[in-house]
Design a binder for this molecule. Structure first.
Ligand code: PLP
Length: 354
């Protein structure tokens, strides 16, 4: 018995349906980088068989999808390009995003089967991409390359999770001005773009976190958008004890029992990826009822207050996040985001797919 992540294929498919309802007619490239946001890239890609394509970070991640039988187009979002990468990408119909001058040099030297690429423009986030006004010149350069096919233009939104931020509209305007009448498809929206910025939907959307059933938006929950959690993380109660009023629990004695009370010890800790910074009060679910972490998270265990569920028994499983307890809520309590909770699960956690 150990920590278990149960991946719900039906929830993934449902969430893809929500994406399609919110952005009808757009091609959906599901973001499955970082091993499908920690859910298992191949599992997710198979459950999202209806997606038009997939977005990953690197060539390695793209190859893993190909080797697991995924046939749709795959774009790499942050893979540096050199001659070897170009050849391998072309061989496996993997479509790199070109975002740096060094890539243009690599493409200029490329001679092999046709290589399809996207071009990323920096419209204000200032992380990756060419300055938007340079798009025309880059387009002209790529047109001279016989073996390179430019699919379209891509940018990334830095503040789309904030509906009041003026940055998104500025980014959209910069992108429109830079790409002007250039041919090719347009891809702008991440999940927040899908949810809050219809003007960003363009031709190809790249949702990630919403497919896993979390909300990227500051003031709205996943349930507000009818998104379902794709991961249920659970772990067993491995011991329980009565702790006398005033006695401390765990390392550093950071929490003391306010009264004589029952405490449960759960077999999950930061060694499994449960966030060490989750403070006392972070919610867990026992028999569908809320209970709370008390004391510090240790490597293999957490301790929880069982006063709300006195009948809980050793051996039964407790929900750390999943149906009934949004990962977004646990993440907020621990000072992080659901993306990080999902990605940080360690190999010690068992996975099952239902
Ligand atoms: C370029 C790009 N597109 C799309 C996504 C998907 O974003 P989200 O998970 O917020 O939908 C990411 C994720 O970081 C990204 O870097």
């Amino acid at each position: 018995m150990r920590a278990l992540a149960t991946i719900d294929r039906a929830a993934l498919a449902h969430n893809l349906g929500r994406v399609r309802a919110l952005a009808p007619g757009r091609a959906v490239y599901a973001a499955v980088k970082a091993d499908g946001y920690g859910h298992g890239a191949a599992t997710v890609a198979n459950a999202l068989a209806g997606a038009d394509g997939f977005a990953v970070s690197s060539l390695d991640e793209a190859l893993q999808l190909r080797w697991s039988g995924i046939a749709q187009p795959i774009m790499t979002l942050s893979q540096p390009l050199d001659a070897q990468v170009c050849a391998c990408a072309a061989e496996h119909d993997i479509r790199p995003v070109v975002f740096d001058r060094t890539h243009l040099d690599a493409l200029a030297g490329y001679a092999g089967p046709d290589l399809s690429v996207w071009v990323k423009l920096d419209t204000g986030m200032h992380r990756l991409g060419f300055a938007a006004p340079d798009a025309g010149a880059i387009d002209a350069r790529l047109k001279e390359l016989r073996h390179v096919k430019r699919l379209g233009w891509l940018t990334h939104l830095g503040c789309a999770d904030d509906p009041d931020s003026p940055m998104t509209e500025r980014q959209l305007a910069t992108f429109a001005a830079g790409t002007g009448r250039l041919g090719g498809q347009r891809s702008i929206a991440n999940s927040a773009g899908v949810l809050a910025w219809p003007a960003a939907h363009a031709d190809v959307i790249r949702p990630g976190i919403m497919l896993y059933g979390s909300s990227p938006m500051a003031g709205a929950t996943a349930a507000d958008y009818d998104l379902r959690p794709a991961m249920h993380l659970s772990a067993p109660i491995i011991s329980r004890r009565r702790v006398a009023a005033g006695e401390p629990i765990g390392y550093g004695a950071t929490w003391r029992a306010p009264e004589d009370m029952e405490v449960g010890v759960i077999g999950i800790g930061y060694g499994d990826g449960y966030p060490r910074h989750a403070p006392s009060g972070t919610p867990v679910l026992v028999r569908g009822r809320r209970a709370a972490v008390v004391g510090r998270v240790s490597m293999d265990m957490i301790t929880i207050d069982l006063r709300a569920v006195p009948e809980a028994e050793v051996g039964e499983r407790v929900t750390l996040w999943g149906p009934g307890l949004p990962a977004d809520e646990v993440a907020a309590a621990a000072g992080t985001i659901a993306y990080e909770l999902f990605c940080r699960l360690t190999p010690r956690v068992a996975f099952e797919v239902v």
